[in-house]
Design a protein around this ligand. Structure first.
Ligand code: V1S
Ligand code: CA
Ligand code: ZN
Length: 408
């Protein structure tokens, strides 16, 4: 009735669990799982659930998670909560995982880079184990749908947590669901291409497969100093230079690609880079399947990101990869201006199912209202003080072209 139809010729599955959406990392923490509820409500509002099969995820098992992660770390994650944390820290099995304290550290770190201090990147919060094993379960279910040919495109917007290491949480990521999904896909396919359009470097996935020629990792990310005011402060996580190509001297060398980018890249420049590099990587590597991490913190106006992409261009990356015509796992990731994240992932769910949404929601990015910086309207509300935080474009076309040549 509203023109929304099932895709012809391919099948899409959507993996979710509402319990994940109700979790809280802490009041000041930028990661807001309720952005997933916002996205889901938009998706349901447009009727996109009729265009795909929806699957409620069940929790991953400890044994499944241990296929990549250290079993002690997995055990810790399965037991940790704000009430058990101190006792677990005293447990001799985990004591050796507590990092030494550096002078100037403003948060107290426990084992595996976890912390109960407010403001920590990887806080211990209520029902955290449930959250971790559920988002991982959703990604594994999605990967299994592809492997068993019951899906051509499988989606889990709660996954894509690319910074988690074998025995360490990092940058809001605890379990690396992406690595686990790729391991599942390697059971069937000889080569998997991983593409990461989150504004941050996909370091955890790259590191996991740095010796593995059967996985090519390709990340586009902001790289360099955070801003001029603090020359020593690197944009997180600080890795992913163009010269970083997989572990030197191993058979994995040349199977990692990195595209470091300056602040403020625009749609035209990003689209040019993405299509040239992904097109060439696909042609040369001939992957049997693709995993695409669709972090929405590469959008303009993101609370943490520094790119100026619009939802249209972000979506064009997904459409370009879909058109390559191999089984595709679509995952979420970062994205810290919740309303824009929800609109991007709803639009991308529509693209996956060959639908175009009616243009009754503007495609322009909505600025984040900023407390204390806005001007009151007299009704206790704040107007945004600035247009979306458009970062000054410091990407020169000739420098971008040079980088593409270097990568070839
Ligand atoms: N940029 C940034 C940023 N902001 C925070 C943060 C802010 C408030 C809090 F209450 C807690 C944390 N942390 C960071 C970054 C991590 C970014 C992770 C991105 C994740 C992803 O989108 O790629 C995938 C989901 N952390 C840092 O910059 C490290 C510090 C250097 C500064 C912050 N403190 C808490 C730790 C050290
Ligand atoms: Ca990235
Ligand atoms: Zn990110």
């Amino acid at each position: 009735e509203n023109g929304i139809t099932r895709p012809k010729g391919h099948k899409v599955t959507y993996h979710y669990n509402s319990t994940v959406e109700d979790m809280h990392f802490g009041k000041t923490h930028p990661m807001k799982p309720w952005r997933l509820t916002l996205a889901k409500h938009l998706i349901l509002g447009y009727g996109l659930q009729h265009t795909m099969d929806t699957h409620e995820a069940v929790a991953a098992g400890k044994d499944q998670v241990s296929r990549f992660h250290d079993p002690h770390y997995v055990e810790f994650l399965s037991q940790v909560s704000p009430t058990t944390f101190d006792e677990l820290c005293r447990d001799p099995r985990f004591a050796k995982a507590i990092p030494p304290k550096h002078p100037g550290d403003n948060v107290d770190l426990g084992p595996y880079n976890l912390s109960t201090s407010p403001g920590a990147d990887c806080p211990v919060f209520a029902d955290m184990s449930t959250y971790l094993f559920l988002y991982t379960g959703a990604t594994l279910a999605a990967a299994r749908q592809l492997v068993s040919d019951t899906s051509d495109i499988a989606i889990n917007w709660s996954g894509g947590l690319h910074h988690a290491h074998k025995a360490e949480a990092s940058g809001f990521c605890y379990i690396n669901d992406i690595v686990l999904a790729i391991l599942e896909m390697l059971k069937r396919w000889p080569r998997v291409l991983y593409i990461d359009i989150d504004v941050h470097h996909g370091d955890g996935v790259e590191e996991a497969f740095q010796r593995e020629p059967r996985v090519m990792t390709l990340s586009f990310h902001r790289y360099g100093t955070y801003d001029e005011s603090q020359p020593g402060h690197k944009f997180f996580p600080g890795t992913g230079d163009v010269s970083d190509r997989g572990l030197r001297g191993t058979i994995g060398e040349h199977f990692a690609l990195n595209v470091p980018i300056g602040a403020g890249i625009d749609d035209r420049q990003y689209g040019g880079l993405f299509e040239a590099i992904v097109g060439r990587a696909f042609e040369a590597y001939k992957p049997s399947a693709i995993v695409l991490q669709c972090g929405a913190d590469s959008l303009g106006g993101d609370r943490l990101g520094q790119f100026n992409l619009n939802i249209k261009q972000h979506g064009e990356c997904i459409a370009f990869v879909k058109a390559l015509g191999v089984p595709l796992l679509l995952l979420g990731g970062g994205g810290y201006t919740a309303r824009n994240v929800a609109r991007a992932w709803c639009h991308e769910t529509a693209l996956a199912t060959d639908n175009t949404l009616p243009p009754n929601i503007p495609m322009d990015l909505i600025p984040e209202p900023r407390a204390f910086q806005g001007h009151g309207n007299g009704n206790g509300q704040l107007y945004p003080a600035f247009p979306p935080n458009k970062h000054i474009n410091e990407c020169k076309d000739d420098q971008l072209e040079m980088m593409v040549k270097k990568l070839d």
